[in-house]
Design a protein around this ligand. Structure first.
Ligand code: EPZ
Length: 428
């Protein structure tokens, strides 16, 4: 099939209301957590994105049976017996490492392909392994696969994470719920998706306290106490932040619904600092701008700090601000590739290590560009809406990994955006 691209005409229009989907970075882990209960769990508000499809294939390989019913997933883990995930799937989506914790929790053993790196960094899992070893897991590496065993069973432990890793916190929680005794995770990640996972685990019969803070306490329960449940995924704060950044860029007003505004406090503070008007209510946020976009400095940090997954979207805002901004990426080692794509559209950005100096320019020009990761891809489409002329975005498979019907939602906000085969003639 010919490559599909997104074609954007720079009409500067983005106004209205859009409902965000369920959080990709929660739903993937909720699917993995379902492995801990034997039977049918139902997960609501699951987005139609390719990463969810891949996680479904991973669970299917383990013996689970997944049925999608609209935005709900019915995950039947009754027949799960295998504990091996294939390299082909893990290499497509490194988040499949999230099955490690629940497999070890349920079976005491697992054979998962070592995830590779990706565009934005090495994406190591050393903290996952050190933490699980503290709970009694023994790891061998066999031809690119992690062989996990628990020769003396899974037991509670006190674990201090070197960095508040989201994935490591999640894998530790999903193993600790079935360990014998109490586990204390210190310097735990505090992202809203961690709270969502903990809430599902509690609904399954687990005992988890402190999720959302840096210290999480898990009191292990017998595996037989863990049962399937019904759970609704929280709204996607990064999708919401992406559309709000679009509203800030074009002036809006743009309202996103289906999101808890408390998930985005730092990003909303930065939008206000950049000259936007921000209104919030129960499950909704509105952003508008009448004056100039103002420069501001941004440091990406673990939650509640500024989210790295909104770094590209705010680099775009800084690129159109009246003045210079410094953006520092503290979470991933290689997450400035978006700057080069934006530079092709006329942005003035200088990268020095983890810092990007962004000098605002008066306008951007449409150009052929590529999505370098899913968040940069979403941001470059927004750049095209604000640019003069036509922008063609290649490698949009990155965007489809994490945004349900991104084009359709942008069109509903007035943008002139469409998917097309890459060989469609350039409009004059
Ligand atoms: C999750 O990745 C998200 N992905 C990422 O979203 C998000 O950017 C990240 O958390 C930070 O918020 C999913 O939830 C599927 P980390 P994760 O473990 O769990 C290093 C998106 O665009 N590290 O908090 O992999 C790691 O290399 C994606 O939706 C170790 O060195 O993030 C990274 O530099 C991108 N050793 C930093 O820590 C470890 O054992 C943060 O990683 C674990 C992590």
């Amino acid at each position: 099939m010919a490559e599909e691209i997104i074609i954007v005409q720079g009409n500067g229009m983005l106004r209205g209301e859009v409902a965000v989907s369920g959080a990709k970075n929660s739903a993937l882990k909720l699917m993995a957590a379902a492995l801990l209960g034997q039977g049918e769990s139902v997960i609501h508000n699951v987005p139609y994105i390719s990463d969810i499809e891949i996680m479904g294939e991973v669970l299917h390989c383990l013996g689970a049976h997944i049925v999608r019913d609209g935005h709900a997933l019915v995950v039947d883990t009754s027949a799960v017996t295998r504990c091996e995930t294939p390299y082909e799937l893990v290499s497509k989506m490194r988040a499949s490492i999230a099955v490690l914790g629940p497999l070890v929790g349920r079976f005491g053993t697992a054979r998962v392909a070592m995830p590779g790196g990706c565009q934005i960094g090495a994406r190591k899992i050393d903290m996952h392994l050190v933490g699980l070893e503290a709970l009694g897991v023994h790891f061998d590496v066999d031809h690119g696969f992690l062989e996990a065993t628990t020769p003396h069973g899974l037991h509670g432990a006190s674990v201090m994470l070197e960095f508040p890793s989201v994935g490591a916190t999640e894998n530790l929680l999903m193993a600790a719920v079935a360990a014998e005794g109490t586990t204390l995770v210190e310097n735990a990640a505090r992202e809203p998706e961690i709270v969502d996972l903990a809430n599902m685990l509690v609904a399954m019969g687990a005992r988890v306290e402190g999720a959302g803070t840096s210290t999480i306490e898990v009191e292990g329960v017998p595996l037989s106490s863990l049962h399937p449940c019904e759970h609704t995924t929280v709204g996607d704060r990064i999708e919401a932040g992406t559309f709000l950044a679009g509203g800030a860029l074009m002036g809006g007003p743009v309202t996103v619904r289906g999101i808890d505004p408390s998930f985005l406090r730092m990003a909303l503070m930065k939008l206000q600092a950049m000259g936007c008007d921000v209104q919030t209510g129960d499950g909704w946020i509105t952003v508008a701008r009448t004056g100039a976009l103002l420069p501001t400095d941004i440091q990406t940090l673990p939650h509640p700090g500024f989210p790295t997954d909104l770094q590209a979207q705010f680099m775009l805002l800084a690129a159109r601000a009246e003045g210079s901004s410094v953006i520092t990426e503290n979470v991933f080692e290689n997450r400035f590739m978006f700057a080069a794509e934006l530079g092709r559209m006329g942005a003035d950005i200088t990268i020095e290590g983890h810092h990007a100096l962004v000098r605002g320019v008066k306008g951007l020009q449409g150009a052929p560009v590529s999505a370098t990761d899913l968040r940069a891809g979403a941001a470059i489409v927004l750049a095209g809406i604000s640019a003069e002329g036509e922008t063609r975005v290649h490698h949009i498979e990155h965007i489809d990994r994490g945004y349900e019907d991104y084009v359709g939602k942008l069109v509903s906000l007035g943008a002139d955006v469409r998917r097309a085969p890459a060989d469609v003639p350039v409009s004059c």
